[in-house]
Design a protein around this ligand. Sequence first.
Ligand code: SF4
Length: 322
Amino acid sequence: MDTLLKITGLSVDLPDRGGPVRVIDDVSFDVPAGTTVGLIGETGSGKTMTAMAVIGLLPDGAAVSGSIAFGDTDLVTCGPARLRALRGHEISMIFQDPMSSLNPTQRIGHQVGELLRRSGLPRAEVRARVVEMLDRVGIPDPARRARDYPHEFSGGLRQRAMIAMAMIAHPSLVLADEPTTALDVTVQARVLGLLRKLQVEEGSAMLLVSHDLRVMSHVAQDLVVMYAGRVAERGSTRSVLSRPAHPYTRALVRSVPAVRTKTAIADPLPGTSAVPAQRPPGCAFHPRCPLATGRCRTEIPLTREVAPGRWSACHEAEKVLA
Ligand code: SF4
């Protein structure tokens, strides 16, 4: 399958009072065309920051190195004009909280059609496309509801409107940051089903950011597990969840009963997640890892292929896999 997005050695430093903090450290993975890749990890793992780097929406003062190849374009070096041209048309984003992403003073239809209007499409055509898109995302009576304001929509309908906005220009890559976290469980399932359906219909790829392994197990073909701004392991979702190659992933899997497997389980995960500003030396996971050795405390584990299609950044990956 063709690679749509190829991230290689991506690092992001953010300014801080005590000096720059490396919030993303040497992250590499691919997103094949037409597939969903899940970025999973605890708060502070760097998953959202990685997605923001892809779409060029990092905080002011961020220093980025490495490359993010999107087709022939390196999104790290292409410059703001090219990024603006790609945003919405080729790469779009669905945010976690539609209420803070939608403009409360503008009608839903106006916001969904904004990108098409800016592209110069005639008003009648924009309106027809907006109504069609609202219909496709399951908003009832779309011609009438297009005239509503965001506060007149339920949380689920607002998220559907955000999805309509993200998909209306047929992007080849959709970044979805915890797209269902703010919704109740039954609405979550419907919105996830809708996202999958649209993705298949449009042939888009999706980079899905979530802390929820159950969501990932239903939606993502490949998983990238992040810890303290680094990739812990990656591979197909099925293989990562059924046979983790990193102690952190194994603990994550164990913490979610629905995806629990017969894999040998270590003791419950102690401690709290390391934040990048206080990343310990060596392997950042070593203070919480039941397999940590002296080497783990001093030497950062390189990411290596530990089984066909499986990459792990753990000195003891073979023991974890055994
Ligand atoms: Fe644990 Fe060492 Fe592997 Fe880090 S490198 S996950 S501390 S065994």
